[in-house]
Write a protein that binds this ligand. Structure first.
Ligand code: GDP
Ligand code: MG
Length: 178
């Protein structure tokens, strides 16, 4: 018999890094230059036929408007089992905010055994690489290991690069812990 799993995954990071675009790309296969900044919390659902006995209902939680405070409430984090932490490759300040977001996540939610929920780091807008921070950002491999991310990806919601790969990586880690 098939089992169904509902996974709540958060997408966090500073304003304008591409969180909404990543979700729309992944769930609806679209990209637009103009997403209206909806106020509040929004979520999208993606159904994955994970294996022959498991269907995953992946609930992706977006934030809008609250990014500017640099943190979210406990209610938002409640029962989350994973997160994508996103920064914009062309804006250093959004990379500098990554650890603040990771800290906010880890201080407000944990697995039932007390371990941090798996988080994947996304360096988004990699289609804009020529404007990128390559020289200013530390090697993401080392950085992501040092700060406890389970993986990292250079992504582009615009060109549909690595979005599926990043999600699959996160879901694999989540499922390995269930
Ligand atoms: P959010 O505030 O984190 O939800 O960011 P949005 O998804 O609203 O994106 C902010 C802006 O960046 C929008 O103009 C998007 O079109 C643009 N954007 C998002 N992802 C990418 C990307 O991968 N490449 C490029 N070039 N622009 C992007
Ligand atoms: Mg948004």
């Amino acid at each position: 018999m098939q089992q169904e799993r509902l996974l709540k995954v958060l997408v966090i990071g500073d304003l304008g890094v591409g969180k909404t675009s990543i979700i729309k790309r992944y769930v609806h296969q679209v990209f637009s230059q103009h997403y209206r900044a909806t106020i509040g919390v929004d979520f999208a659902l993606k159904v994955l036929n994970w294996d022959h006995k498991t269907v995953i209902r992946l609930q992706l939680w977006d934030i809008a408007g609250q990014e500017r405070y640099g943190h979210m409430t406990r209610v938002y984090y409640r029962e989350a089992v994973g997160a994508l932490v996103v920064f914009d490759m062309t804006r250093l300040s959004t990379f500098q905010a990554v650890l603040k977001w990771k800290g906010d996540l880890d201080s407000k939610v944990a697995l039932s055994n007390g371990r941090p929920v798996p988080a994947v780091l996304l360096a988004n807008k990699c289609d804009q690489r020529r404007l990128g921070l390559c020289s200013k950002v530390p090697k993401l491999e080392n950085f992501s290991q040092q700060y406890g991310f389970v993986g990292w990806f250079e992504t582009s919601a615009k060109d549909n690069m690595n979005i599926d790969g990043a999600m699959t990586c996160l879901v694999k880690h989540i499922m390995s812990l269930q």
